[in-house]
Write a protein that binds this ligand. Structure first.
Ligand SMILES: [Zn+2]
Length: 230
C-alpha cells in the first residue's frame, strides 16, 4: 500500500501532513484528497487557495518498461508494450505540465487537446509547442519509426481492448488486425521501449531541450531495434 504523505480536506482545503484523521479538525468534513510521494502539489492564490494535484508517472512507466525489457519471455513483451505506450502517453503530459502549463489546466488543454489520443498527440502537441515558440522545431519522425510506432499502438490496443482474445480462423488472420503470440515472439526484448525512446529523443533533439536525468545514459543514444519486419 502506498504511504499517504499528506491530505487535503475536500470541503475547506485544510492541509494535514501524514495519514489524516477521520474528520477534518477545521470543518468536520470527512472527504480527503490523499497525496502520495509521487504526487506534486501546487497551491494557487485565493481564499481558500486553489490546490492543484498531479501525479507525474512517466518515470515510473519508464522503470516498468525497462525492467520488462530485460526479460526475453513473451509475457514480458506483453507488459513491455503496455508500459512503453503508457510512457509515451504520460511523457508528453508531464513535459507540457512541468515546462509550459505549470498548474493551469486551460494551458494544458491548449497544447494537449481535450481527450486526444496518444497517436494524434505525438503529432499535434509538438506542432502546437513549436508554433508557440516553446520548443525550437517539430521532431522529424522517419518512415520506419512512424511504422513501428503505429504497429506498437495497434499491439497495445489489441492487448488492452481484448482483441487478442477474440476467436479467429486460422488462415484468415490477415483479414483482421489481431495480435498473435507470433508477433510478440518476433519483437525482441526492448524493441517496444526503444520505439518510444526514439520518439522522446527526437522531441528533445528537435526541440533543443535536455533529456530528463532519470533516462539511463545508454538509453540516451539510439539502440538497435530488435523488431524484424513481418
Ligand atoms: Zn475541512
Amino acid at each position: 500500500m502506498t504511504r499517504v504523505d499528506e491530505a487535503y480536506c475536500q470541503s475547506c482545503q485544510y492541509q494535514h501532513i501524514g495519514e489524516p484523521p477521520t474528520k477534518c479538525p477545521r470543518c468536520g468534513g470527512n472527504a480527503w484528497a490523499l497525496l502520495t510521494s509521487v504526487a506534486t502539489v501546487s497551491v494557487l492564490g485565493g481564499d481558500p487557495p486553489t490546490i492543484v494535484v498531479s501525479q507525474p508517472l512517466a518515470r515510473d512507466w519508464y522503470d516498468d518498461a525497462r525492467r520488462e525489457a530485460g526479460d526475453s519471455s513473451i509475457e514480458a513483451r506483453r507488459r513491455e508494450i503496455l508500459f512503453a505506450v503508457c510512457l509515451a502517453e504520460c511523457y508528453l503530459v508531464d513535459w507540457v505540465r512541468d515546462h509550459v502549463a505549470n498548474a493551469d489546466s486551460a494551458t494544458m488543454q491548449r497544447y494537449m487537446g481535450a481527450g486526444d489520443m496518444v497517436r494524434r498527440r505525438w503529432t499535434e502537441t509538438p506542432e502546437r509547442l513549436a508554433a508557440a515558440g516553446l520548443i525550437r522545431a517539430v521532431p522529424s519522425i522517419d518512415a520506419e519509426l512512424r511504422e513501428r510506432w503505429d504497429a506498437l499502438l495497434t499491439f497495445r490496443n489489441a492487448l488492452a481492448h481484448g482483441r487478442t482474445s477474440w476467436p479467429w480462423e486460422v488462415g484468415r488472420l490477415s483479414t483482421i488486425s489481431a495480435l498473435t503470440l507470433l508477433d510478440l515472439e518476433r519483437m525482441g526484448p526492448g524493441a517496444a521501449l526503444e520505439v518510444v525512446l526514439r520518439l522522446i529523443r527526437a522531441f528533445h533533439t528537435a526541440g533543443g531541450v535536455a533529456l530528463p536525468e532519470w533516462i539511463r545514459r545508454d538509453d540516451c543514444v539510439e539502440q538497435p531495434l530488435v523488431w524484424p519486419k513481418a
